[in-house]
Write a protein that binds this ligand. Structure first.
Ligand code: NAP
Length: 333
């Protein structure tokens, strides 16, 4: 058995994390042993290693927050899930490893059909995209939404979910090379970020009154989004990819009555009912398993390649997610 573990925090995550051997006992009563099939490397995983995230595990810690596994052995008294069934790994369980033990009754069983690599990314980014579209502003078919970091995984889920609801999207990226991919996904307008964003948005949308702006970048990019939404519009920040604090001039708040909000999925997990969570995950699972909702994957790595994999995830300008496949390569299906 192998795991990707770190015992200290620091600015270069790939220097700190390493693949080490470990052993697990047989599953206790009520537990199952899971073979981890796939687990992505998200920006929040990197921030957790560097120490900049909002919630940090005690050290030493195993990296990774989400993923998919297959049940390999059952403890006494376990009847479901069955050996061989695919399950979602418990959120925040340190998923970058070949094996883990988990309480059987708390596991979410996944359908036997559907791409395991895509399902490994189900827990964090798809609900984030969905909730950004549902929790802040009432949107109706035909309404416009603007977002930056539009070529990110969250951004691409948002484009696809918005399209399903009949919403139009303005998508902002920071480089030319990302434009075609977002257009191909169904983004209605795709623009480069910059100080004149609001004027270009107005021209491209026929002066649409944009109710919702979504910001994952921070810095002046937050202000460019705030200038692009309608008077009285809402901007939701959910990430800080630039590493710079959100900047908005007072005139956006005073003269344009813009509201700035924040979103963190961890609060939603804590504050929403199990019924609400199950309903959202059932819907997202259905779409992902059917191949109707997906995010690009740029490369997969073994657990032994953890340093290279984390380095690739940190590098930026990727064409999709980095995903670990700790028990060997998985064919995308
Ligand atoms: N609040 C929440 O609950 C929550 C939940 C999920 C995700 N998130 C956040 O959502 C954001 C996107 O996550 P993800 O997994 O979708 O990301 P991802 O697929 O790894 O993509 C990262 C995105 O960030 C952009 N980026 C990287 N460095 C940047 C910089 N210096 N300035 C501007 N843009 C930059 C990338 O653009 P290039 O391709 O040009 O490099 C890309 O669009 C992250 O900030 C993540 O922490 C928040």
């Amino acid at each position: 058995m192998k795991k990707a573990e770190y015992a200290s925090r620091g600015p270069v995550p790939q220097d700190i994390i390493a693949c080490v051997d470990f052993e697990l006992p047989a599953p206790a009563a009520g537990e199952v042993l899971i073979e981890v099939l796939a687990a992505p490397i998200n920006p929040s995983d990197v921030l957790t290693i560097t120490g900049a995230y909002g919630m940090l595990p005690p050290l030493p810690a195993i990296g990774g927050n989400e993923g998919i596994g297959r049940v390999a052995a059952l403890g006494v008294g376990v009847t479901t899930p069955a050996v061989g069934q695919r399950v979602l790994l418990p959120v925040g369980s340190g998923t970058w490893r070949t094996h883990m033990l988990a309480t059987a009754s708390q596991l979410v069983v996944l359908p036997s059909v559907g791409d395991a690599l895509q399902l490994s990314m189900l827990t964090v980014n798809p609900p984030t995209a969905s909730l950004l579209l549902s929790e802040f502003v009432t949107l109706e078919a035909g309404d416009w939404v603007i977002q930056n970091a539009a070529n990110s995984a969250v951004g691409s889920y948002l484009v696809q979910l918005a399209k399903r609801r009949g919403l139009h999207t303005v998508n902002v990226v920071r480089r030319e090379g990302a434009i075609a991919g977002v257009k191909a996904l169904g983004g209605d307008v795709v623009l480069l970020d910059g100080p004149d964003l609001a004027q270009r948005v107005e021209a491209a949308t026929g002066s649409a009154k944009i109710k919702l702006g979504v910001d994952a970048v921070g810095g002046l990019s937050t202000e460019y989004i705030a200038r692009s939404v309608r008077v009285g519009g809402t901007v939701v920040n959910y990430g800080g990819m630039s590493g710079i604090r959100c900047t908005i001039a007072p005139d956006a708040f005073v003269f344009r009555d813009v509201t700035l909000r924040g979103f963190w999925l961890a609060w939603w997990f804590r504050n929403s009912s199990p019924m609400v969570q199950q309903a959202l995950f059932a819907e997202l699972t259905k779409h992902i398993a059917a191949g109707e909702l997906s995010a690009k994957i740029s490369a997969t790595y073994s657990i032994e390649q953890i340093k290279v994999a984390v380095g690739a995830a940190v590098a930026g300008e990727r064409d999709g997610k980095i995903v670990l496949t700790p028990n060997g390569p998985i064919e995308a299906s």
